[in-house]
Design a protein around this ligand. Structure first.
Ligand SMILES: NC(=O)c1ccc[n+]([C@@H]2O[C@H](COP(=O)([O-])OP(=O)(O)OC[C@H]3O[C@@H](n4cnc5c(N)ncnc54)[C@H](O)[C@@H]3O)[C@@H](O)[C@H]2O)c1
Length: 343
């Protein structure tokens, strides 16, 4: 990555994801944080001033109208992504946005956002951070280079440590469109092939109150891929032992497997048990290297025209799989997924 060139950044949204990303962005020398915005920014003023970020605003348009800013990072709740990415593209800014691009299950809403990005000739990277995780990226590289022969089955276990607060779910979307969205993208990334069919079952085994949001906490999802392979996603919103994130790809010449990452490699063996440390507690800790790596790739794309880590097409494909999963749950039948993508 070039060391002298820098990008001048504005950051919008400083909730759970935004505060985490901000700390990570501060570690990247090529990023100069010019201004930040959140509707509740006043509550964070002391913390931000301590970090040396004194230019704070409640109105995100201040960032889009700021001529000193060339790149915006959008970490707001999903209900604002459509409006904000479109406005940022029209303001000529390069954009990093958390997934997904819209709360609407109608993909046309996301496609319209992508058209604004295309028409304004700006870059857009989507926050599919797991693609940049060193373990998962290594599996992907080895699958596509043929290390395990022809890939036949991908198995993804993805379990959160705690149910996301309901007020946040209302603004970022339910299990399939927010959480499993990562796994649909991971499955496609791991296989190097598009998802063509989805059969999903889901329920409320942890938090019956999710019925009020029409949401689920547990899902088992079968996939078929264009290359003839199969996949299985196993989701829960609550694993009492931590953030459970494992991937396995099985092929004609072997298997690749990534286990959980824990805080320590020390294991205790005694007369009764073998004990190892729990997985990292939550996304902020587990994927820290991935969050930093995805931002470095984004910067490299802006400064040196390197490929983006995750594109608009990737988010549309994941959204199609989520839509198919929802239809499958509603009908009890497998659903086809269209793999044609044109903007
Ligand atoms: N990639 C990942 O691993 C990951 C992890 C968590 C969340 N996310 C995504 O990040 C996004 C945010 O999720 P979260 O959990 O941080 O939600 P959150 O509710 O904790 O934070 C959202 C923030 O956006 C702010 N906001 C809302 N409207 C705004 C506006 N008009 N102007 C300025 N600020 C505004 C809110 O005040 C809040 O601070 C979602 O899209 C979610 O899917 C991604």
């Amino acid at each position: 990555m070039a060391s002298k060139k820098r990008i001048n950044a504005g950051i919008i949204g400083l909730g759970r994801a935004g505060q985490m990303h901000l700390k990570n962005l501060l570690t990247i020398p090529e990023i100069n944080i010019v201004q930040v915005s959140d509707i509740f920014v006043d509550k964070l003023a002391d913390q931000l001033n301590f970090m040396g970020i004194t230019n704070q605003t409640r109105d995100y348009m201040d960032i889009l109208n700021n001529p000193d800013i060339d790149t915006v990072f959008i970490f707001t709740s999903t209900d604002m992504h459509e409006e904000m990415v479109t406005a940022a593209a029209n303001a000529g800014k390069n954009i990093f946005c958390e997934k997904p691009l819209s709360m609407s299950p109608d993909e046309q809403a996301s496609l319209n956002v992508l058209k604004a990005v295309r028409d304004n000739n700006v870059k857009l990277q989507i926050g599919f951070n797991r693609r940049s995780d060193p373990q998962f990226d290594s599996i992907h590289q080895q699958v596509v280079s043929g290390t395990i022969g022809t890939p036949q089955v991908v198995k993804i276990t993805s379990r959160d440590p705690e149910v996301t607060p309901h007020n946040i779910i209302k603004r970022i979307g339910g299990l399939l469109f927010d959480f499993t969205m990562h796994d649909f993208d991971m499955a496609r990334f791991m296989m190097g092939s598009d998802i063509t069919e989805v059969y999903a079952q889901a329920g409320r085994l942890v938090d019956p109150g999710l019925a009020e949001l029409n949401d689920y906490d547990t899902a088992i999802i079968n996939l078929k891929f264009a290359n003839g392979a199969f996949g299985l996603i196993d989701n829960s919103r609550r694993a009492v032992y931590g953030y459970d994130q494992r991937v396995e790809v099985f092929g004609s010449e072997g298997m690749l497997k990534a286990e959980n990452v824990s805080g320590s490699t020390v294991e205790l063996y005694n007369a009764d048990n073998e004990i190892k440390k729990n997985p990292k507690p939550a996304f902020q800790q587990r994927y820290k290297p991935a969050y930093i790596a995805e931002m470095r790739k984004f910067v490299d794309s802006i400064l040196n025209d390197a490929p983006l880590a995750a594109t608009g097409k990737d988010v549309i494909m994941a959204q199609r799989a989520a839509n198919a999963a929802q239809k499958s749950i509603d009908t009890g039948l497998p659903q086809k997924v269209d793999t044609n993508f044109q903007l």
